[in-house]
Design a binder for this molecule. Structure first.
Ligand code: TAP
Length: 509
């Protein structure tokens, strides 16, 4: 009998029961509302060296921008540091430094030598991984468990992976000669700040390009600390330039006439603006944009595993994930069981201090993002879907949103069509595989998706029919530097990761 139809006597009890007997009271240093679950286990931030003020990293020097921005800890609201805001003059200076480095050193350097720098950087990242994970969590709000166990290992892995390609480009493109493109302008979002920097920098540098990188306004710190490591690794000045600022800085970088290629990760709305900016210029671009992934659970799926997959799919990084499994499709016969088990599992999630090693759900990245989530959740209620939220108490300070699910959703609802980018799941049911595929593909996006079933043949059939760049079977949100990532339709153009991730950074002759 399929697991979903059994009453699961072994179902995990909420952690609170166990934790109560462990006597987990006490106040954490940020005065978070204490759950009645585990004793606090905060990661120390004593070993983190953060300056009060950061400058722009241009041409191997730290250049002060006259205008300044503050970056805050979204879990507490406290200011972490000031950073520079690069205006058009600074953008121009950074592009100029990258051009000079491209012509004088980096593009002429043998791939073997470029690889050495990248290997050195990868090793330095590993050495400082703990510190970087803490800074990523403080600046972005994501649980330390994720930044420590997922983001940082993947960041190092990306640099190691592409370091290995630097002297093997002839094998990557047999019979062709791969030439770098020149100066690359890279603009990244706030949800995986360091990982997105690694996805962008590693292949570009391995192929012999130089870079100007613009991190997101709310999460600039790990990119700036990465610039410190780039300095420490002895990269020639100007090979990597990091300029901080808001959207206008990104726009100035993208529009700069001496940028040969633009690599952008962010929202579909901004991606469209960039495409318009670049239309007719002949300059190359790749766009990694939004998503609204379908996570499809068939009635022969291992239900307990699928529930874990649903939780990972939508509550990982508070749902601030482009490939989040934000639309759940459950086969009708097991829908009640899945929703019941999901609710019970959601009650056990630990929400609070992102630096606590027990935390599953951290802070929402910014006030602006919190407002966006609230507006879309309100629209779901107004349009007739049924909202359920788990019972965690929210901390008094900072930006927070409870894990939320909607049942009774229709394809036309905004919560089904729009990317919420928060811990909010829209659940629908289906009867036949054909209906599941039709509903899954009824979206402007095409970034990722998941299928849960006991049958291998069904996995092949369904995944081949879903129009998405990345598909997982009986798992979700798994990443590897050797595997390409990217979308169809409004989810973007081009691929990052793997051998395919080299192609956008070279001209083949
Ligand atoms: P955006 O608002 O689009 O911002 C992305 C980056 O672009 C930020 O650095 C932003 O600067 C900058 N920017 C804003 N306006 C610009 C303009 N006109 N020209 C050039 N740059 C501009 O996205 P976000 O809110 O940071 O990130 C969330 C989005 O990213 C979601 O839609 C998510 O799905 C997508 N995402 C996609 C992927 C992949 S791989 N497909 C991965 C992660 C995230 P400021 O931050 O200073 O405004």
């Amino acid at each position: 009998m399929p697991e979903g139809q059994k009453e699961d006597a072994a179902e995990a009890k909420p952690r609170s029961a166990k934790a109560k007997s462990a006597g987990g009271a006490g106040k954490s240093r940020y005065d978070f509302v204490e759950g009645d679950r585990y004793a606090p286990a905060p990661e120390s931030s004593d070993h983190v060296s953060l300056k009060d003020s950061y400058h722009l990293f241009i041409g191997g020097e730290w250049v002060r921008a006259p205008r300044r921005l503050q970056t805050i800890n979204p879990a507490t609201g406290e200011v972490l540091a000031e950073v520079g805001e690069a205006g058009p003059r600074m953008v121009d200076r950074a592009v100029g430094a990258a051009r000079q480095a491209y012509e004088k050193t980096w593009s002429n350097m043998p791939g073997r030598e470029r690889g050495k720098y990248l290997f050195r950087l990868a090793r330095l990242i590993q050495e400082r991984a703990r510190e970087f994970a803490v800074v990523e969590t403080m600046d972005g709000g994501k649980p330390i468990r994720e930044s420590r166990d997922i983001d940082l290992p993947l960041v190092a892995a990306h640099f190691f992976y592409y370091a290995g390609w630097a002297d093997k480009l002839d094998y990557a493109f047999p019979g062709r000669r791969a030439r770098p493109l020149g100066v690359v302008g890279q603009v990244i979002p706030w949800n995986f700040p360091l990982l997105m920097a690694a996805w962008k920098l590693a292949p570009a540098l391995a192929c012999g390009n130089t870079v100007v990188l613009k991190p997101a306004e709310t999460t600039p710190l790990t990119a700036l600390k990465l610039a410190e490591l780039i300095e420490e690794a002895g990269f020639p000045p100007g090979v990597v330039n990091v300029i901080t600022g808001a959207g206008k800085t990104g726009q100035n970088l993208v529009r700069h006439p001496d940028v040969d290629k633009v690599a952008f990760t962010g929202s579909t709305a901004v991606g469209k603006l960039i495409q318009k900016d670049l239309a007719g210029t002949g300059r190359r671009f790749t766009l990694e944009l939004g998503g609204k992934a379908a996570n499809i659970i068939f009635d022969d799926a291992p239900v307990n595993q699928a529930v874990e997959g649903i939780v990972n799919g939508i509550f990982f990084n508070q749902g601030h994930v482009c490939c989040a499994g934000s639309r759940l499709f459950v086969q009708e016969g097991i829908a009640d069981t899945v929703v019941r088990k999901l609710k019970r599992r959601m009650e056990t999630l630990v929400l609070g201090d992102p630096l606590d090693k027990n935390t599953d759900v951290g802070a929402i990245n910014s006030q602006e993002q919190l407002e966006r989530i609230r507006v879309l959740v309100d629209s779901g209620k107004e349009q007739g879907a049924k909202c359920w939220q788990s019972g965690q108490k929210l901390p008094r300070k900072g930006f927070w949103f409870k894990p939320t699910i909607f049942t009774g959703c229709a394809q036309s609802h905004s919560i089904v069509q729009k990317e919420i980018f928060g811990p909010v799941l829209a659940i629908q049911t289906f009867r036949t595989p054909e209906e599941a595929v039709e509903k899954a593909n009824n979206t402007p996006y095409g970034l990722s998706g998941g299928v849960w079933t006991d049958k291998g043949s069904k996995i092949f059939k369904i995944t081949s029919q879903i129009r998405a760049g990345v598909l997982w079977a009986n798992t979700f949100n798994k990443f590897d530097p050797g595997s390409p990532f990217g979308g169809y339709k409004e989810s973007g153009i081009g691929r990052e990761g793997g051998l395919q991730g080299l192609a956008p950074y070279v001209e083949l002759r």
